[in-house]
Design a protein around this ligand. Structure first.
Ligand SMILES: NC(=O)C1=CN([C@@H]2O[C@H](COP(=O)(O)OP(=O)(O)OC[C@H]3O[C@@H](n4cnc5c(N)ncnc54)[C@H](OP(=O)(O)O)[C@@H]3O)[C@@H](O)[C@H]2O)C=CC1
Ligand SMILES: CC(=O)[C@@H](O)[C@H](O)COP(=O)(O)O
Ligand SMILES: [Mn+2]
Length: 389
């Protein structure tokens, strides 16, 4: 933080769901935050609006075509960069205090590592980074005493519940809405459409995570994310279906006490908490009205209808390079489902087949992981083609 208490912020994934909500928080507290850099993939129009409004000194986009469009648009004094290397440059700028990683997918790995290596404080929404490269990322963060503050709602909740109780932890209870198909039969699941899967009961999020919530892969990815963030073994992480998404997660302590974090389902709360931690400020979210809440419900996840959850546990417990395979295959399969190339049930089926073909490396390097990620994507693309024909 600077002398005048303004946080110089880099926002990677500024045009997405988390990115836009982060900018709402910035708008509420304009004296606290200065946007130094923004990055997105190719949503040029929204990025242009953001450049006009927040006047970053540097922006990054994914490909050369989008790069050229922005180069023509940006006033002198705004630098434009391209690709993952561009995002890494942004994440390590000297004057930056805080990097919020809100891109979707494993593309977040290198910028997160760049921010760690540059000693920046990090707000991490991007769960795929920890799923794929959690051992390496957490080890580097520990070695450099870099704080990674979780933004994902459940992990923000656990982070808060665990404060001062780390040594008393028995179990993490990760809550799951169960998604839009919680009560569907297997026959119903075989017929779900993309539009149905993109309607989450409680949260408005980007397409990839919304489909992951519907398959329960999101919860599986979050189990692996929790393992890395809090250093807890998989047999001490339990998934609890809670359809209202009011309890964002719980910790069970050795004496039988449970500490839960509750609130309305509004990502602006955990985003703001990460940005201002350890301070708490008034947020944009509406208050939780207990009198209007009729009841809170709980159930066991259905592991037969939603096999993605166990695939993730299996990948996490196997460790090494297996979570990278789970994630790479899932990113491809979800993309293909959204493009209407494969069915909903084909998503976990493809992930499982790619995992079965992989002999995991026990202690992969980053280069190993990136190569295996590429391999898993190729295998999944092949299965998508087979399924589509
Ligand atoms: N949305 C939510 O409520 C929550 C999200 N998360 C996690 O946060 C992350 C972001 O999710 P969400 O905001 O929903 O996703 P969105 O799809 O809404 O947004 C993704 C953002 O990442 C950018 N992006 C994607 N690929 C690249 C790339 N190759 N280079 C640069 N930028 C890229 C997109 O740019 P463009 O717009 O140009 O495509 C966009 O700005 C995910 O990992 C998700 O799991 C976690 C908890 C809750
Ligand atoms: C808001 C958030 O953190 C999402 O990850 C959310 O948890 C998705 O809901 P599910 O519980 O349905 O996966
Ligand atoms: Mn979550």
């Amino acid at each position: 933080m600077r002398d005048n208490d303004t946080i110089n912020l880099v926002l990677l994934g500024s045009t997405g769901s988390i990115g836009r909500q982060t900018l709402e928080v910035v708008d509420k507290y304009p004296e606290r935050f200065k946007i130094v850099a923004l990055a997105a993939k190719d949503e040029v129009d929204e990025l242009k609006r953001q450049i006009i409004r927040y006047k970053p000194k540097i922006v990054a986009v994914d490909d050369d075509y989008t790069y050229r469009q922005l180069k023509d648009f940006c006033p002198a004094g705004v630098e434009v960069k391209a690709g993952i290397e561009g995002m890494c440059e942004l994440a390590s700028l000297e004057e930056v205090d805080f990097v919020l990683i809100a891109v979707s997918g494993a593309v977040g790995i290198k910028p997160t590592l760049a921010a760690i290596r540059a000693g920046k404080r990090i707000g991490l929404a991007n769960k795929e980074t920890l799923v794929v490269a959690g051992d390496i990322v957490m080890q580097e963060a520990r070695a450099r005493s870099v704080q990674i503050i979780p933004v994902d709602s459940e992990h923000s909740a656990i982070f808060q519940c665990l404060k001062g109780e780390e040594k008393n932890l028995k179990k993490i209870w990760l809550t799951a809405s169960g998604g839009p198909f919680r009560e569907f039969s297997l026959q119903d699941l075989a017929r779900v459409t993309v539009d149905m899967a993109l309607k989450h009961p409680n949260w408005k999020m980007g397409p990839k995570i919304t489909v992951d919530s519907a398959t329960l892969m999101n919860k599986g990815l979050e189990v692996i994310e929790a393992h890395h963030l809090f250093g807890v073994d998989y047999d001490r992480i339990e998934v609890l279906v809670h359809p209202e998404s009011i309890i964002h997660s719980l910790v069970e302590l050795v004496d039988g006490s449970f500490i839960a974090h509750l609130g309305v389902p509004d990502m602006r709360i955990p985003i703001q908490y990460a940005l201002t931690y350890p301070e708490r400020l008034v947020s944009l979210a509406s208050p939780l009205d207990f009198f209007a809440l009729k009841a809170l419900h709980f159930a066991k996840p259905d592991r037969v209808k939603f096999p993605a959850l166990d695939l993730a546990y299996q990948a996490g417990k196997t460790g090494g390079s297996m979570p990278a395979v789970l994630n790479g295959a899932n990113e491809v399969a979800v993309g293909a489902f959204i493009r209407r190339q494969i069915s909903f049930l084909a998503i976990p089926a493809i992930v499982e087949k790619v995992m079965q073909k992989h002999t995991p490396l026990v202690k992969p390097t980053l280069d190993d992981i990136l190569a295996i990620d590429a391999w898993a994507r190729k295998e999944a693309e092949y299965l998508v083609l087979k399924e589509a024909n």
